[in-house]
Design a protein around this ligand. Structure first.
Ligand code: MF3
Ligand code: CO
Length: 261
């Protein structure tokens, strides 16, 4: 069941979106060779504490997700668990995924950050994935369909010689982190749901892009998702509101003023 949000509810989600943006900004600034992913988790938790907000991720699902953010290094696609034993090194890329709850409303966003100097392939993967997110957001117009988002993302990414992950998708978001509809990063096949984009729809679009094939594996910790061929992977995500005036990103600093009540 898809629940559409009122402008006042979108304004609430913009508040959690601001906190998520601050978490990601602080983590990005903390990324350097030698830092551990557990230190990034503490940086994000401190931003939440100061904002009086809660993590959308901590305790989520079964087994309960054990950290504030997800940190996914190199061949890790999503849901990497921060650890004091995981020290970032020059040349790594790290995906940082954060969600915050303010007053019962969720927002969710992710970035992928180079650690020091990285290979040209890694830098291009990051660029292409961020551009894929931009293209997806631009496709989220009232009157279009959810499938138009994934179709645009997939066409762009394939044209760049990379693959999009199918096993994990974006999602509706609001009072829960995961609401209907699912938001795939690929063109829906006949028979797959393809609901229209209505005014008030709030979604998280989150392309996951691999240099190699799209297949995934989950590690023994039951969370960390890696590329089956161990090729590099990148992930970007924003939470946005679909309005008559176009998509409004709720998780970018300075944006989303249009939905403020
Ligand atoms: N942003 C991710 C998502 O949309 C991360 C959630 S996984 C969690 O699904 F367990 F860490 F919560
Ligand atoms: Co998400």
């Amino acid at each position: 069941m898809i629940t559409l949000k009122t402008p006042a509810q979108m304004a609430k989600m913009r508040e959690s979106g601001r906190v998520v943006a601050a978490m990601l900004d602080a983590c990005r600034a903390a990324v350097r060779p030698g830092v551990t992913t557990a230190e990034l988790d503490r940086v994000a938790a401190e931003v939440l504490r100061k904002a009086g907000a809660q993590s959308s991720f901590l305790g989520y699902s079964t087994p309960p997700y054990p950290a504030t953010i997800c940190t996914s290094v190199n061949q890790e696609i999503v849901h990497g668990i921060p650890s004091p034993r995981r020290k970032l090194a020059e040349g790594d890329i790290v995906g940082i995924d954060a969600g915050a709850i303010v007053d019962g409303w969720h927002a969710d966003a992710a970035i992928t950050v180079p650690v020091g100097r990285v290979s040209r392939d890694a830098a291009r993967l990051i660029e292409v994935t961020e551009e894929a997110l931009r293209i997806g957001i631009a496709s989220a117009r009232v009157g279009a369909r959810i499938g138009d988002i994934g179709a645009a993302i997939e066409e762009y990414v394939r044209g760049q010689g990379f693959s999009v992950v199918h096993n994990y998708v974006g999602h509706g978001i609001g009072r829960a982190m995961h609401e209907d509809p699912q938001v795939p990063n690929y063109r829906p096949t006949r028979g797959q749901p393809n609901p229209p984009i209505s005014e008030g729809l709030c979604i998280a679009i989150e392309p996951m892009v691999n240099i190699g094939g799209p297949e995934t594996r989950t590690l023994g910790d039951q969370w960390t998702v890696v590329t089956a061929d161990r090729s590099l992977s990148a992930h970007f995500e924003h939470t946005l509101a679909c309005t008559a005036a176009g998509p409004v990103v709720l998780t970018r600093p300075g944006e989303g003023a249009a939905v403020a009540a």
